[in-house]
Write a protein that binds this ligand. Structure first.
Ligand SMILES: [Zn+2]
Ligand SMILES: [Zn+2]
Length: 442
């Protein structure tokens, strides 16, 4: 008896399809969302999969791609309520064998099944170890890694000149961390990837210094109403998120108003812990002029800390300077306590992306500017048992060679600590995967 797996979130239409197969003596498996469907496909290796296109937790395209990588003989038929040529082409490119438009009759189905499954439903060979199901990997991509101001040019071409912007794909979400100038290119790529499909990212902003918001007016998907860009941030020192972003696009500085971005919806954050779909987000205020936060994202494939601007507290201890506190011993104790809390917050983070703008020597002349120095960042990451540290918010004056040297220095410091933390410098265009499909690498 051949097996068919029905992946469809609408229980009613799943039942209707199941009835067609029952009459023809098929064994039927059912999954109510994309991820469950991928899991069952890998476990049971059915001869045939009927998969809906629009579903939560992995759409039909994603399901095809995931299954096709591991099961070569299972046939996949995408079922959709829509008949766009681009959907059909994308489905076939993703690994589907056929694309059928609802409503479907047994006559339709039989014809297609006979075409894709000739010679007696010969599916995957059954014996053999079952692969363990892993949800699609969490992916992190750097689109802008520079601090303060963009610095294009031959001396920065290695690490890149765009300012703060990182993309995270996890648990079916597109989460964008900061809207520095790197955001522009991400917008172009998203449009290419999604074509006529809607793009629904969530943008988390750390704070409203230029290098963290300047890309927004150039993010093309935000102007198209088929998309939905949710912008989240905390109230600034003087104004709301809305007012700050409107101000940036005031006619004094920019020819198009924020209101022309039909896809944008701005929400001011009140809580320090919330969910974006199934991704847990924890925010933390950091030591930086004005209101500035960093975020820790917990995905089903690991965690990511993003602290683009931050001056570590332990340097206050070293300099024993803390405005408003006359007693330096007290100031030191306070700084150490804050640092301990930060270490606790970051503990066990898989990927930490953090402000390491200065070398220790440079920092000595820039205490109180709100940025990190190499040794304090490394000791923070080591104490928090971070798996992989990415130096970030590179100083505009640092060329590629300088950043290479900082990475080497940081690795020496980790070596001395005896801890296993890996160190890289964030590089524009680099991608890191967390999860089963690829090893952790940049
Ligand atoms: Zn910055
Ligand atoms: Zn800043």
């Amino acid at each position: 008896m051949p097996t068919v797996l029905l992946i469809e979130d609408d229980a009613e239409s799943r039942r209707a399809t199941a009835e067609l197969f029952v009459r023809e003596d098929w064994k039927i498996l059912e999954a109510g969302d994309g991820e469950a469907g991928i899991g069952m496909a890998l476990e049971f290796k059915p001869e045939l999969i009927l998969c809906d296109l629009l579903m939560p937790r992995a759409n039909g395209f994603q399901v095809c791609r995931s299954i096709r990588q591991l099961l070569h003989r299972t046939k996949i038929i995408i079922i959709s309520g829509r008949d766009y040529g681009v959907d059909r082409t994308s489905a076939i490119e993703a690994g589907a064998d056929e694309y059928l438009v609802k409503p479907i009759s047994w006559e339709n189905l039989r014809e297609v099944i006979e075409r894709v499954l000739p010679a007696g439903h010969d599916g995957e060979s059954k014996p053999g170890p079952l692969p363990n199901f892993m949800p699609p990997a969490t992916r992190v991509k750097f689109w802008g890694v520079r601090g303060s101001i963009p610095v294009p040019g031959s001396s920065t071409v290695g690490y890149g000149g765009n300012t703060s912007c990182v993309e995270v794909r996890a648990d079916g979400e597109i989460i964008i961390l900061d809207a520095g100038t790197g955001l522009r290119e991400l917008g172009i790529e998203l449009e290419k990837e999604f074509g006529s499909q809607p793009i629904r990212p969530t943008l988390l902003i750390s704070h409203y210094h230029w290098d963290h918001i300047q890309g927004l007016p150039f993010f093309l998907p935000a102007y198209n109403e088929k998309n939905f860009l949710r912008v989240l941030g905390y109230q600034g020192a003087k104004e709301s998120v809305q007012a700050v972003l409107e101000g940036q696009m005031d006619e004094k500085s920019f020819p198009i108003k924020l209101g022309a971005m039909g896809a944008v919806s701005i929400n001011e954050l009140k809580e320090m812990e919330f969910q974006i779909g199934r991704v847990k987000v924890q925010a933390r205020f950091v030591n930086h002029p004005g209101i500035c936060v960093g975020y820790r994202l917990t995905t089903s494939n690991g965690s990511i800390g993003f602290f683009p601007d931050n001056e570590p507290y332990d340097v206050l201890k070293m300099s024993a300077v803390s405005p408003g506190k006359s007693d330096s011993a007290q100031a030191r104790a306070w700084a150490m306590e804050e640092r301990a809390r930060f270490v606790q917050f970051l503990r066990g983070t898989d990927i930490l992306i953090i402000d390491t703008q200065y070398t220790d020597e440079e920092y000595a002349a820039k205490v109180g500017w709100g940025h990190g120095s190499l040794s304090s960042v490394v000791s923070l990451a080591v104490d928090a048992e971070v798996r992989k540290l990415f130096l970030f918010h590179h100083d505009p004056n640092h060329d590629d060679r300088m950043i290479d040297q900082m990475v080497e220095q940081a690795r020496m410091l980790v070596l001395e600590s005896g801890k296993p933390t890996e160190v890289e410098a964030a590089r524009e265009g680099a991608e890191v995967w967390l999860g089963a499909k690829a090893p952790l690498s940049a």
